[in-house]
Design a protein around this ligand. Structure first.
Ligand code: GLC
Ligand code: CA
Length: 577
């Protein structure tokens, strides 16, 4: 039985997520690639991160930008070769950076050899690698009806009819992402071999894509939450009702991860802290940590029934409630992962801070302070460290993300339930391409990303917001991240990494304040989420020796006993001993 309660390298890590298509192009085709990543590793080493989570680099027809894999042991030719990969891994290791791969095994691509075989006939040996069912009947026109009412994540039914064999296959995501049948032991063996293949190559772990939906509810019953025409996804239903996920996670871990010194993090939407402890508790043999999504739903309006495709301003008190609950429930029981954004989410400053020029960096620093001050392993998404913002392309035809395109087609073209402007404004707020515009390296043509026109438009603000500018200026957001990362490494480790968490003033709707307690004293973290000046006082400031470790303003007031004034988006970390 594992005992993960002590010190571990993956608890002390700071992870940087790379989404390769938009990171760095090396060969002038407008598409980011592996040699491009290798060339930027010194930049990442300089920032101080020590683990990379690499979004998929495997062979893929790119229906869902690499999350639809057609060969788990091959590199996508657009990204380079296996030699390029080996070179990147070696260079990363020589710089003290580990690499996590993205394990996408809830589904494969429909262009994977297994699926091509499976769909060829009902008695093919690979048929049972996927989930096939008969029609539930026929409609008035005699057309076959799907086996149940499940909705896919990207709109429309979760079933696709296959004429050749007169059955339907299940796809919780796009129709080019058929779900693998984990009930079949041969499928699990294949997956174990793939994992071992990469671990034997020397990679340092995995981020497991959509891993809590691998077990489907017994008998595949209808999902009572599906509302026709509402773009309803049945993923939460599958998560709530699947029964075997822990059994299979345990098996996967014992057959693969457990035999290596590697790190694992599972992507788990619709999952609360108690369930997280079942997956990643210190004495379970499943995963090291999970990504939960509770704070990602704060700016959606449940009343619309539209999930992420709705908008309401988030409330700080709600954010605190969620994050504080995770901090306190996991403390001493399981390890958490900390993130504000990734390749599926809007840009951080635009979403939870302010992307107005005067506040963009200040609010970015403030948000970074809140996250990196918490217990858990922090993740930085490419471009976050320079404060990249959301983008607003003029037309839907400028967008590449199938989720956004399907949403627009469904709402505007097929059902006229939204005006084009309404749909575009939701895509501006929530669309995944916000995170997928090329990394802004410099003010040069194509932002230093490529010598050619990039595969997706650049954010036009790259002439002001770019890495060359940020690394060259001592008070930039980039340097602030560097400082936050280095704080975790030094003598503060016991407090900042391992210290326990104490929330303060839950009802304060403007300031996020909390303490960390550990050997050697405590930390007080303060963050003003508004553009107002605020007066506050904190007991801890009146106890013992108070030292300001970090702040996002250059000058500091003298502390007047326990009281202080927090300027717009001001953040501070005090050490009290
Ligand atoms: C995960 C990925 C997302 C992808 C989906 C299907 O949520 O992060 O990008 O579309 O799984 O693989
Ligand atoms: Ca390229």
């Amino acid at each position: 039985m594992a005992n993960n309660s002590g010190k571990k390298w993956w608890k002390e890590a700071v992870v940087y997520q790379i989404w390769p298509r938009s990171f760095q192009d090396s060969n002038g085709d407008g598409v980011g690639d592996i040699p491009g990543i290798t060339s930027r590793l010194p930049y990442l080493a300089d920032l101080g991160i020590n683990v990379i989570w690499l979004s998929p680099v495997f062979a893929s027809p790119n229906d869902d930008m690499g999350y639809d894999i057609s060969d788990y042991r091959a590199i996508m030719p657009e990204f380079g070769t296996m030699e390029d990969f080996d070179q990147m891994l070696e260079t990363a290791h020589s710089l003290g950076i580990k690499i996590l791969m993205d394990l996408v095994v809830n589904h494969s691509s429909d262009e994977h050899e297994w699926f091509e075989q499976a769909r060829s006939s009902r008695d093919n040996k690979y048929r049972d690698y996927y989930i096939w069912r008969d029609s539930s009947g026929v409609d008035a026109e005699g057309k076959p009806l799907p086996p149940n009412n499940w909705g896919s994540e990207f709109g429309g039914p979760a079933w696709e009819y296959d004429e050749t064999t007169d059955q339907w296959y299940l796809h919780m995501f796009s129709r080019k992402q058929p779900d693998l049948n984990w009930e079949n032991p041969a499928v699990r063996q294949e997956i174990f071999e793939i994992v071992r293949f990469w671990l034997d190559k020397g990679v340092d772990g995995f981020r497991l894509d959509a891993i809590n939906i691998i077990s489907k509810p017994e008998g595949l019953p209808d999902d009572p939450s599906v509302v026709p025409g509402k773009h309803s996804s049945s993923i939460p239903f599958v998560i709530a009702k699947g029964t075997k996920v822990h059994e299979w996670m345990h098996e996967l871990n014992m057959e693969t991860f457990d035999k290596y010194d590697c790190m694992t993090v599972g992507e788990m939407s619709a999952t609360g802290p108690e369930e997280a402890v079942r997956f990643s508790g210190f004495d379970t043999d499943e995963l090291h940590m999970i990504f939960h999504f509770e704070h990602m739903g704060l700016d959606s309006d449940p009343a619309t029934g539209m999930g992420k495709w709705s908008y309401k301003p988030y409330q700080l008190t709600e954010m605190k409630e969620i994050l504080n609950t995770w901090q306190t429930k996991l403390d001493g029981r399981a390890w958490g992962s900390l993130y504000w954004n990734n390749h599926d989410q809007p840009r951080l400053v635009s979403r939870f801070g302010s992307d107005a020029p005067e506040y963009r960096e200040l609010s970015g620093k403030m948000l970074a302070t809140v996250l990196h001050g918490m217990q858990g392993t922090p993740y930085i998404y490419q471009g976050e460290e320079i404060g990249m913002t959301n983008v607003q392309f003029p037309a839907i035809s400028d967008y590449k993300d199938l989720d956004s395109i399907n949403f627009y087609t469904d709402m505007v073209e097929d059902h006229q339930t939204m005006s084009p402007d309404e749909a575009m404004s939701l895509i501006y707020a929530k669309g995944r391409d916000n995170a997928r515009t090329p990394v802004q390296w410099s003010a040069e043509e194509n932002a230093g990303f490529s010598s050619a026109t990039p595969w997706i438009g650049l954010n036009p603000n790259y002439r002001q917001i770019n890495a060359a500018e940020a690394t060259g200026r001592a008070d930039s957001l980039w340097h602030y991240y560097q400082k936050l990362i280095s704080l975790r490494r030094d003598e503060l480790q016991d407090l900042l990494v391992y210290g326990s968490f104490l929330p303060l003033d839950a009802e304060d709707a403007q300031v996020y304040a909390y303490e960390r307690h550990g050997e050697g004293g405590k930390l007080l973290v303060l963050a003003n989420f508004t553009d107002q000046e605020l007066e506050r006082s904190y007991q801890a400031l009146g106890q013992g020796q108070v030292e300001l470790l970090l702040s996002n303003y250059a000058d500091q007031e003298e502390l007047a006993d326990q009281g202080l004034t927090l300027r717009p988006y001001e953040a501070r970390i005090y050490k009290i001993s």
